[in-house]
Design a protein around this ligand. Structure first.
Ligand code: PEP
Length: 257
């Protein structure tokens, strides 16, 4: 299995606020984050709020060289898709990233591998960087199907987008059993999957940023980031607490030094 010293890839921490917040909550959270924001040179940081709050987040983050993005995207060109948001719209709001294939979308909105692949393409066509989420359920892990599941999810995108497309993409390994549960994959479990993911991308894999997501907290972040194939984190709960978010970004900054 390949692994590359982390210094050769940029680290990334992304906060996924999911369906949380009000304008007032967000304003308070953003103020608290920015009041104590450290100088980070090794890490890019982004927040993906609900669509309706993207502009609010963008206004707060843009002076600080922090980024923002969407939590999902409709793969179709603008048109008659009530309630949906296109990649063009996300571009219009200066989003850098968009999450595609989050397990909550795959499970609750019935988004198939094929749909996720189309979202990935639509995002890239508008110059956005897709953050492709993959991960197995606890059942699949118990049955020894974790790597096969993730391999299938990656292949669905690789087949339509091609290897080179991953030079402008991020992959997030998010075991479903760890997302929002308080249970984190051990650094060894996560590292094994990250190395497997990197191996699926031949040479492109060496520069591919691969995040871990699933109950990352300030207490476990450093151990995870110490693994050579773990380039950062996709955070749910911890991105809603200013001090936890900052502490995890700082762990990513210090990792591998
Ligand atoms: C997520 O929603 O992508 C996530 C990783 O959530 P949490 O950090 O709360 O497990």
């Amino acid at each position: 299995m390949t692994s590359q010293p982390k210094a050769q890839r940029r680290r990334l921490v992304v906060g996924n606020w999911k369906m949380n917040g009000t304008r007032e909550d967000n304003s308070c959270l953003l103020q608290n984050i920015l009041a104590d924001w450290p100088t980070l040179v090794n890490v890019d940081v982004a927040i993906c709020p609900p669509f309706v709050y993207i502009e609010q987040v963008a206004r707060a983050l843009s002076p600080r060289e922090l980024y923002w993005g969407g939590q999902s995207v409709n793969p179709n060109a603008p048109g008659a898709y009530t309630g949906e948001v296109s990649a063009q719209m996300l571009r219009d709001l200066d989003c850098r990233y968009v999450i595609v294939g989050h397990n909550e979308r795959r499970r609750l909105q019935h988004e198939s591998d094929d749909c996720v692949a189309r979202q990935f393409l639509a995002a890239q066509a508008e110059g956005l960087t897709p953050i492709l989420c993959v991960g197995e359920s606890s059942e699949q892990r118990k049955q020894g199907q974790a790597l096969a599941t993730i391999g299938r999810q990656l292949k669905a995108v690789l087949e339509v987008a091609g290897l080179e497309a991953f030079s402008n993409a991020v992959v997030a390994y998010e075991p479903i059993w760890a997302v929002g549960t308080g249970v984190t994959a051990t650094p060894e479990e996560a590292a094994q999957v990250h190395a497997f993911i990197r191996d699926q991308f031949a040479d492109v894999g060496q520069s591919l940023v691969i995040l871990y997501g699933g109950s990352v907290k300030p207490e476990n972040a450093a151990e995870l980031f110490a693994k050579p194939d773990i380039d950062g984190a996709l955070l749910g709960g911890a991105s809603l607490k200013a001090q936890d978010f900052i502490a995890i970004c700082q762990c990513a900054e210090n990792a591998g030094k």
